[in-house]
Design a protein around this ligand. Structure first.
Ligand SMILES: [Zn+2]
Length: 399
């Protein structure tokens, strides 16, 4: 963005048919840059979740709700969402484990360009702290590195410890993260040929208590029934995937408001996980297919019971980045579109301590030229992605 923008009121090539949102391009060529200190912008549109038509101004990267003189209008009649959240994402992780910094940067940029401006990183083998210094990349709330047992998770992903070391490892990862620790709760046990919990329940309870003593929340990867039942009973704060939830555990999660990030996009891969294990582990394969077959009922029951459910794609490892719109589309099948949008925006932001678009908040927002409540597909093509007040992506950003 620069001072050589078109005069205010001069529409760009998107045109301005009557009744259609109008957009005014202010970015021309080159890589997106932070705006000059005194750039003052104005946005008009329907602000979600409230649904009221509002005017917002952006000054020095912050939202202002009182009119600002000499502001340049960016859009009129658009739809405005607080920046999207991917609540289960891995930056710095590839199919074989750690990836170089430039690949991690591409992952973060791909998420950003899809409108994801806040990431809850659910475990990364590399230190991505340098991203915090980059104003053009999404904010990240980290969970350190996954904690698993030797040969009980994907190779090269996790810090691998035996149960007697779990409490100490949780304390180590608590320091690496930003308020979360991530356990692998269950994985295939090759001796039994099926999913099984990694941790004895009393050990998991001691690890969770240690984390809480350190002021850190704990979440866990759980595909099957046993691990999620045990870990919720042990006082855990979050569950990832949760395909093995039963009615009693759902009720316990709702009562204690234990978060669930089902990663619907990744659950679609269960049949391929089953096929890969079929020859050696037929019971595991059948179990995965069964969990997959009832995934919408299981996650839907959690939504209906009032479990706080958030959108996470599980990008990194096996799943591509930038798929938050697909996750919202699948969540909408179980909770409706308003629920799914909230799970990927305002509700998730509130859960993670990020603000809505109130006066003084960082201008982290996504602009659409149609109503995403009417068509979740709209979410896949933001007109503008604004991070810290800078236009970083979208069809309006020519770069
Ligand atoms: Zn994951």
């Amino acid at each position: 963005m620069g001072h050589h923008h078109a005069p205010p009121g001069l529409p760009d090539t998107l045109g301005a048919e009557p009744g259609r949102p109008e957009f005014f391009a202010h970015t021309h060529g080159g890589a997106p840059q932070r705006p000059p200190e005194r750039t003052r912008l104005h946005l008009n549109g329907v602000l979600l979740p409230d649904g009221a038509s509002v005017d917002l101004w952006v000054v020095d990267g912050l939202i202002r709700t009182e009119p600002v003189a000499d502001a340049v209008t960016v859009c009129r009649g658009a739809w405005l969402l607080p920046g999207l959240v991917d609540a289960h994402c891995h930056v710095g992780l590839g199919a074989d484990g750690a990836v170089p910094a430039e690949v991690a940067e591409t992952q973060a940029r791909t998420d950003r360009d899809a409108g994801t401006l806040l990431i809850r990183d659910a475990g990364s083998p590399v230190d991505t702290r340098w991203i915090d210094e980059r104003g053009d990349l999404p904010r990240i709330i980290r969970a350190g590195r996954h904690i698993a047992r030797p040969k009980r998770y994907l190779r090269n992903y996790a810090e691998e410890v035996e149960p007697d070391e779990l409490v100490a490892e949780v304390a180590r990862q608590a320091v690496r993260g930003d308020g979360w620790v991530k356990l692998v709760g269950d994985w295939i046990d090759r001796e039994h040929g099926d999913l099984a919990p990694l941790w004895p329940q009393d050990v998991a309870a001691a690890a969770i208590a240690k984390a809480h003593e350190l002021g850190v929340r704990v979440t866990a990867h759980c595909f099957g029934e046993e691990s999620v039942q045990q870990l919720v009973a042990a006082g855990i704060d979050g569950i990832e995937h949760g395909t093995g939830l039963d009615a009693a555990t759902i009720a316990a999660m709702a009562a204690r408001q234990v978060a669930l990030v089902p990663t619907m996009v990744n659950l679609e891969n269960f049949p391929s996980f089953a096929a890969a294990g079929e020859a050696k582990f037929p019971a595991y394969a059948a179990h995965m297919r069964s969990l997959h077959a009832r995934r919408f009922e299981t996650i839907g029951a959690a939504v209906d019971a009032g479990v706080p459910v958030f959108a996470g794609t599980d990008a990194g490892g096996q799943v591509g980045h930038g798929l938050i719109a697909a996750e919202v589309g699948l969540l909408a099948k179980v909770g409706g579109i308003d629920f799914a949008l909230g799970a990927a925006s305002w509700r998730a932001r509130e859960w993670l301590g990020a603000s809505r678009l109130v006066d003084g908040a960082s201008a982290d927002l996504v602009v659409f030229d149609a109503d995403p409540r009417r068509d979740p597909g709209v979410l896949a093509s933001p007109s503008l992605v604004m991070l810290r007040g800078a236009a970083v992506a979208g069809t309006l950003v020519h770069g």
